[in-house]
Design a binder for this molecule. Structure first.
Ligand code: FMN
Length: 200
């Protein structure tokens, strides 16, 4: 990590103007993603997260699926804006797909009935931690990324294109690439409205 942890957390932003300058090579990106996948915690250490890193034309294939599915549901006069948005995600170096393996989640639900209702929620929380870790590490490497949710619209197309196990539920997509335009300023609510400190 080039910066310390707090600096990296502060600098992670949603970057929408992506390019294909090779700020980091694919091997390094793979290393970062696998590091996060290995070390991010999961309920009962179930390790239910699954990740797919799509580079180059494989990433293009994903955004073609999204574009084609959106074309079916977006009114024709609004589609140009949709297409432009998809093109901006497609303009980067790749896309990371985040899944949770429902076979693992269901296994936990059956095994530990006391926590049955919690496992699907914890699974999402754990995947969110993973998304955050990957996003922050990409930023720290000099890359830009954003978090997208074209699931479940693209689920069928994704399954057909890459034949992932049926139990892998797609939760989020993270297009990444070189930063062509940095993020703008961000507004913050007063922290006093959001946090209480008791005791100490
Ligand atoms: C759980 C979650 C879901 C999000 N979904 C989307 C999304 O579908 N599309 C998108 O463009 N941004 C999405 N975002 C990004 C937020 O809009 C963004 O993080 C927030 O506005 C703060 O901006 P920053 O990322 O630049 O700090 C999501 C963020 C989170 C944490």
């Amino acid at each position: 990590m080039a910066r310390n942890f707090m600096e990296a957390v502060e600098n992670r932003r949603s970057i929408y103007a992506l390019g294909r300058r090779r700020v980091a090579d694919p091997g390094r990106i793979q290393e970062l993603v696998s590091f996060a996948l290995k070390h991010v915690p999961s309920p009962f250490n179930s390790q239910s997260a699954r990740i797919v890193v799509l580079f180059g034309i494989e990433s293009n294939k994903f955004w073609t699926i999204a574009r084609d599915e959106l074309r079916k549901i977006v009114p024709a006069d609004a589609f140009a804006a949709t297409e432009e948005k998809i093109a901006s995600f497609d303009a980067g170096l790749g896309t990371i797909l985040f899944f949770e393996d429902q076979a693992i989640v269901e296994g936990l639900m059956n095994k530990f009935s006391l926590y049955k209702d919690n496992f699907p929620i914890w699974s999402l929380q754990s995947n969110g931690m993973l998304e955050f870790a990957v996003w922050t590490m990409l930023e720290d490497e000099g890359l830009g990324a954003s978090l997208q949710h074209y699931n479940p619209l693209v689920d069928e197309g994704v399954r057909k294109a890459w034949n992932f196990p049926a139990s892998w539920k797609l939760l989020a997509e993270m297009p990444f690439g070189s930063v062509e335009t940095p993020a703008g300023t961000k507004e913050f609510l007063p922290l006093a409205e959001r946090m209480k400190v008791i005791g100490g």
